[in-house]
Structures are given as structure tokens and as C-alpha cells.
Design a protein around this ligand. Structure first.
Ligand code: FMN
Ligand code: SF4
Length: 402
């Protein structure tokens, strides 16, 4: 039987399934339920000594986008530093799993970050996670705009400086949740490493937009949010959940290959198979968020159980055995050698071939129906494999021509 325990950035977790910072983690009752459901650790809701008066005092409003995608209109209410301290104190009294405090300070004023970090350490946090890509808004100090949230996360110098300030102040490990709003995320990871980070969270969610009501003059699709003068309004808000399943691993992989710090992967981890995927591409822990909102606490229990079954079935003794297994196979595109492929139909009797031909005909010049039977012109087949994916399993074979 596998032992699910992992060591991540200097802290021992009973399993690699963590809960990401969000409103799921802003209340002691929710934390208790998450522990009971089997979470290996919890990242608490952002506590900050820079809570803007209006924007970040709102509870989130969900907007369902379908197919496992959703977003929150206008962000989510963050905790004041005092609320964060109380939450951590209660959690440390009542729970037995590691508690990671998601924390930031005001703009790029390192003293403010340090003050917040020290308070949460004193409250009992086992680790700090600094979200370097919190909500976008701009403040002014003596009439001069100062950096907050996203803008800090985009500058390696500031990432390094905030990490260093906290590392020099606290004794517990500090991990940096890096911003995806950059061309090369490794620069941020390396800056955090230089600042002394013990690990990285890969990565905050990327930008996006829920949509407008096309049948209502382009107004917001969600009611109850407006400008002070009563005009309906909304902000940009990236999709979460399933859309990130194949976006977030990009950051995990790039950071795993280029930075060499322990990684916690987050974004679109909807089930145990995706969690195993993230470990195989270099993460030590996997953070669940959207799946818990969309599927309940069972998502946590199922993820832990599924990972356990998987390790047993394939003879791995612990998560450490699979961390990074897939990385050596992920290389620069220029290094790839493509062998020619040809599609061969192995079941002409299936009655859905007309539809496959219709679907692929935008690009495929090889597959046609002749006398009610699908035929592939081998010379014209480019091996694109579209027909393979549309046909049922076993109806098309792809031959590799070496
Ligand atoms: C309502 C809500 C509030 C969130 N609050 C925070 C936060 O305070 N700090 C933070 O670093 N991330 C926050 N996040 C982002 C999540 O931690 C996570 O990175 C993101 O949702 C991507 O994971 P997912 O695709 O599984 O949802 C929040 C997400 C949601 C849905
Ligand atoms: S592999 Fe691509 S090109 Fe070849 S038959 Fe199928 S769809 Fe057409």
C-alpha cells in the first residue's frame, strides 16, 4: 500500500492534495470540512493589510460558463490581517494538517508585507504563500500611482524583493504564487528563487472574460453589479476550472525545467488523474479549487482516493516516485523528429462515417465516401489524425512509418 505523504518546501503533508486559497478557505467550519474530506493541507484565503475599501470587500458572484468552466464576477472579499490571524489561530487549534497562509501587503512597500507575514507566522501558519498576481487595481500615494497585485507580479525585481523581505523576516517557508501575465514565467520563478523562496505555486489564473448579454445591448450577463451612478458594469475575469486544465501545466513545466524549486500546481485540477498529471510534470503538491466549488467536498475525497489507488495499481510506493516522471519527454519543439503517419480504416461497417467525412473535410483531402464506404487515399493522407479522434475506438489505426 502506497504512503501518500510528501515533503513540500520543508513541510510534511499527509498527501499532496491541497486546497487553494479562495472563499473555500476563509472560515474555520470550511477548513474543518476540508480536513475531514481528506485534504493534505490548506491555503487560507488571502489576508492582507491592504484591503481596498470597496472592491475587495465584496463576496464573489459566480458566473457559470458551462463545460466545467466558471468565473467569479468582480473577485472575492479578502480577509483583513486581523481576520486572517484569527482564522489561522483557530485552524491551528482545531486542525491537524499544515496551514499555509496566503498573504500580501500594500503595493511594493516591503515593510507592509513583512508586517502581515510576521503576524500570520505568529498566529501559527506553517508556511506563507505570496500571491503575486492578486486583483488589479491602482492606488495613489501622494498623487503617485503605486504598484499593486498584478503589476508587482510582472516585475522580476519586485518579485525578488518581496520574497527576500519576507524570507529575511520569517522562519517558516515562503512560497511565491507566480503571475501568468508574462512572456517568460521562468524569470519570475528565478527572481523568487534569488529572493530565497522555498517553493513556487504555478500559477495564478490568467486573464479572460465571461461575456456580454448579446440579446441585451451588450450589458453584463450578471445582474446586481454596477457603477456608483447605477450603470450596469462588470470587469474582466478569467475562466476557472476546466479551461485551465491544459493551460496551467504550462507554467508548472516551464518552472520545473528552468527554476529547480519545489512546485505546487494549481489551476484546472478537476480530478485525481489531473492531479497525478501535475505531479508527473514536476509538481510536489496539487491544489484543488474549482472542482470543490463545482462538485463539493467529495471532489477532495475522490482525488485523494484516486491517487492512492493509482499509486498502488502501478506499484509506486509514494508520490515522490512519480514527481517529474514525464519531464524528460517534454522538449523544445525544434528537437522533435516527426515520423510520417498514415491512417488506415479498420472498421468500414460503422454507420457514422458520413459525419466524420463532413467534419474533417475542411482540411483533409484523403478521406471520402465511395459507394457508402469510407476510403482513405494513402498518398493524400497527411497523418493529421483528425479522423482517428472522431471515429470510435478501433475504427481507425494510425501507422507510424519509420
Ligand atoms: C472565489 C475565489 C477566490 C479566490 N481567492 C484567492 C486568493 O485570495 N488568493 C489566491 O492566491 N488565489 C485565489 N483564488 C485563486 C485560486 O487559488 C486558484 O489559483 C484558481 O481558482 C485556479 O484554480 P482552479 O482552476 O482549480 O479554480 C481564488 C479563486 C476563487 C474561485
Ligand atoms: S489522418 Fe487526417 S489526412 Fe489522413 S485520412 Fe485521417 S483526417 Fe484525412
Amino acid at each position: 500500500m502506497a504512503n501518500l505523504g510528501v515533503e513540500f518546501a520543508g513541510v510534511e503533508f499527509k498527501n499532496p492534495v491541497l486546497i487553494a486559497s479562495s472563499s473555500l478557505t476563509n472560515h474555520p467550519t470550511k477548513l474543518r470540512r476540508l480536513e475531514e474530506a481528506g485534504a493534505g493541507g490548506i491555503v487560507t484565503k488571502l489576508a492582507s493589510n491592504a484591503v481596498p475599501p470597496r472592491v475587495d470587500r465584496q463576496p464573489y458572484r459566480s458566473v457559470m460558463l458551462g463545460n466545467g468552466a466558471w468565473t467569479v464576477a468582480g473577485g472575492d472579499r479578502r480577509l483583513t490581517l486581523e481576520e486572517g490571524v484569527d482564522l489561522i489561530k483557530t485552524a491551528k487549534k482545531e486542525l491537524h494538517i499544515p496551514i499555509i497562509a496566503n498573504v500580501n501587503g500594500k503595493s511594493y512597500f516591503a515593510d507592509s508585507w513583512v508586517e502581515a507575514g510576521l503576524a500570520l507566522e505568529k498566529a501559527g501558519a506553517d508556511m506563507l504563500e505570496i500571491p503575486l498576481s492578486a486583483h488589479i487595481y491602482h492606488e495613489e500615494e501622494d498623487g503617485i500611482p503605486v504598484f499593486t497585485g498584478d503589476s508587482i507580479g510582472q516585475y522580476p525585481e519586485l518579485v525578488g524583493a518581496m520574497t527576500r523581505a519576507l524570507k529575511d523576516a520569517v522562519k517558516i517557508p515562503v512560497i511565491a504564487k507566480v503571475s501568468p501575465y508574462v512572456i517568460d514565467v521562468s524569470l519570475l520563478g528565478l527572481a523568487a528563487k534569488q529572493g530565497g523562496a522555498d517553493g513556487l505555486t504555478a500559477a495564478a489564473r490568467a486573464g479572460g472574460f465571461a461575456g456580454v448579454d448579446i440579446r441585451n445591448g451588450g450589458k453584463p450577463i450578471f445582474p446586481g453589479i454596477e457603477l456608483e451612478d447605477g450603470t450596469p458594469a462588470q470587469s474582466l475575469s478569467g475562466p476557472m476550472g476546466a479551461p485551465s486544465t491544459h493551460v496551467s501545466p504550462y507554467y508548472t513545466i516551464v518552472l520545473a525545467k528552468n527554476v529547480g524549486l519545489p512546485l505546487s500546481s494549481v489551476g484546472g485540477i478537476m480530478d485525481w488523474e489531473i492531479a497525478v498529471q501535475r505531479l508527473m510534470v514536476g509538481a510536489t503538491t496539487a491544489q484543488l479549487c474549482s472542482t470543490v466549488y463545482l462538485n463539493g467536498l467529495k471532489a477532495v475525497t475522490d482525488c485523494v482516493a484516486g491517487m492512492n489507488r493509482f499509486l498502488d495499481e502501478y506499484g509506486y510506493r509514494s508520490p515522490a516516485d512519480i514527481i517529474g516522471l514525464g519531464l524528460p519527454y517534454i522538449v523544445d519543439r525544434e528537437q522533435l523528429v516527426f515520423h510520417p503517419l498514415k491512417a488506415v480504416i479498420t472498421d468500414t461497417s460503422w454507420n457514422g462515417w458520413d459525419e466524420v467525412v463532413e467534419r474533417v473535410q475542411g482540411d483533409c483531402l484523403a478521406l471520402t465516401m465511395q459507394g457508402g464506404v469510407p476510403v482513405i487515399d494513402q498518398d493524400a493522407c497527411t497523418g493529421c489524425s483528425l479522423c482517428y479522434w472522431y471515429a470510435p475506438e478501433g475504427a481507425v489505426r494510425i501507422d507510424v512509418q519509420k
